[in-house]
Design a protein around this ligand. Sequence first.
Ligand SMILES: [Zn+2]
Length: 257
Amino acid sequence: MVGDGAGAMSLVAPVVSAPGQRSPDEIAALHRHRVDKAIAWFREAAEGRTPRLCPICGYRGVFSPVRFKVETWCPSCDSRPRHRLLKLWMEREMRLAPGAEVIHFAAEPWVRGWLEARGARYRTADINDRFELRLDITAMDLPDASADMVIANHVLEHVDDAAALAEIARVLRPGGQAVLTVPMIEGWEATYEAPDLDEPQRRLRYGDPDHRRFYGRDIRERIRRAGLALAEFAAVEPDVSAHALQRGERIFIGTRL
Ligand SMILES: [Zn+2]
């Protein structure tokens, strides 16, 4: 029975049907029918229906699926929606003086060439040693006020974000910018985080077992609390359709006061 704590499988194949419920055989048949229809739909949609333009590499054509998301991956340069949104922000709104020091956590390869062509002094960083600087974003071995931009695309959800944001603010020069993206739900007032979840539960509730939380609208307050003035750049039409962006995805730009 549903609601007796027997777990999700009981929804698919209940042992006993209550009055008013479909019979176990009917439920199993209907479930199979919906699964087959969904797979057929996905097979077609996964091929890609609409040509898109990648603002990073210039590829024009259909984009590839990633897991269950169709038309997401640029098959020419491997960019995903958040990377393309970042490129649009860089092209349209970023202001970076020649010689500006940029530190990029979890860096994507295309960013270097693009920023260096505009005179930036660019270094990649991460907790492991695959990047130029081995840095813990929550305790950076860098002097105060030593960077003009810190880019951290989908990093904060993996770490102690209060410590990371305080560190980013500390290493930025006044007027320097933190460029941040996180997985978030705009419809949630508050971030969801439950410290004791096991791996299957983190996968279920955060979408990834390596994440510590799923952000709500209070991401803004968390950024401001670190002493950063907030601006935002959102994925809106016609960019969403033209470049296969995720509707409403946002880049948060925190400027050191
Ligand atoms: Zn591309």
